[in-house]
Design a protein around this ligand. Structure first.
Ligand SMILES: Cc1cc2nc3c(=O)[nH]c(=O)nc-3n(C[C@H](O)[C@H](O)[C@H](O)COP(=O)(O)OP(=O)(O)OC[C@H]3O[C@@H](n4cnc5c(N)ncnc54)[C@H](O)[C@@H]3O)c2cc1C
Length: 267
């Protein structure tokens, strides 16, 4: 016996929280590696007399990939911290109960498209096996499937919402400091809370709702981290329902700063 009789699901949930967290970290690191490869290539390859990374359209794509990668990393690190605290802190325990499923669903679902876009930055060289990108691309989908696939994460979030109201309270409390400082996030969280309170069609809408929970958390973490250019770009796209493909950041954002921040630095 590895837990109390009749308490199989709660017992395994404690274990799968850690393996789901592994999937989040794995996907965030695949994204970072793919981004580093794309940046490295685009900062050297010249087209029409300029480095690829200096072309406005490519800079938009690279900045958007960098944004997604940093948001994934911040989410992974916040869950890591709360998992550490969970041993002695009930609020952290309630937060990770819901946030690991939210993060596993979202980050692992975003990773394959992210790696694909990064590979395209290398053109044909990103498709053939001489580069590392095809290997990253083959690896990316597994994190979404194993340790509970996308729908299973979403159904688990619904279960937590229904049976453990303290988990949602802890999740919303995590968003509150950033939402208090940023009207865009405050309005987004208010709409999300209204929609989470609706019982109708909840299962049908589970992916949409869980995705919005993830975006709210990522926006809060970017705002808290104080990276103005990244937080602005994230709020202007992800919270505004834009960005079906990477590279649709609206004009007026500081893409150059975002790209420079993500650039691999010599050791
Ligand atoms: C490379 C690899 C290694 C693995 N290693 C291990 C291992 O070491 N140990 C281990 O135990 N398992 C392992 N697995 C199994 C893995 O965890 C499962 O494949 C995964 O959890 C999906 O479960 P399933 O294959 O039974 O699919 P199913 O549960 O049949 O799911 C099929 C589809 O139905 C969807 N679905 C399921 N339930 C619902 C629902 N209620 N509502 C809506 N949609 C739903 C799923 O999202 C999925 O899209 C491994 C899998 C892979 C690919």
């Amino acid at each position: 016996m590895i837990g109390p009789e009749g308490r199989g699901v709660p017992t395994i949930i404690e274990m799968v929280m850690m393996t789901r967290f592994d999937c989040i970290v794995g996907s965030a690191s695949l994204m970072r590696q793919a981004l580093a490869q794309a940046l490295h290539h685009c900062m050297q390859r010249e087209i029409s007399g300029r480095r690829l990374a200096e072309h406005a359209l490519m800079r938009n794509v690279l900045a958007d990939l960098a944004l997604e990668s940093e948001a994934a990393l911040l989410l992974a690190m916040r869950i890591a911290r709360r998992l550490d605290e969970a041993a002695h802190d009930a609020r952290a325990r309630q937060f990770v109960r819901i946030a690991t499923a939210v993060g596993k669903y979202w980050v692992c679902k975003r990773a394959p498209a992210h790696v694909n876009e990064a590979a395209e930055c290398l053109g044909g060289a990103g498709y053939v096996e001489e580069s590392i990108l095809p290997r990253l691309y083959r690896e990316a989908p597994v994190n979404s499937t194993w340790e509970g696939s996308g729908n299973v994460q979403c159904v688990d979030v619904l279960r937590a919402l229904a049976r453990e109201p303290a988990a949602l309270e802890a999740f919303l409390a995590e968003l509150a400091p950033a939402a208090a400082l940023d009207r865009r996030l405050a309005a987004y969280v208010a709409r999300l809370q209204d929609d989470l309170a609706q019982a109708d069609e909840r299962e049908h809408r589970a992916r949409e709702l869980v995705g919005r929970m993830a975006l709210a958390l990522q926006a809060a973490l970017l705002l808290e981290a104080g990276h103005g250019a990244l937080a602005d770009a994230f709020c202007a796209t992800r919270l505004a329902g834009r960005g079906m493909v990477y590279g649709e950041l609206p004009a007026g954002l500081d893409c150059a700063t975002i790209v420079e921040r993500a650039r691999p630095q010599p050791a």
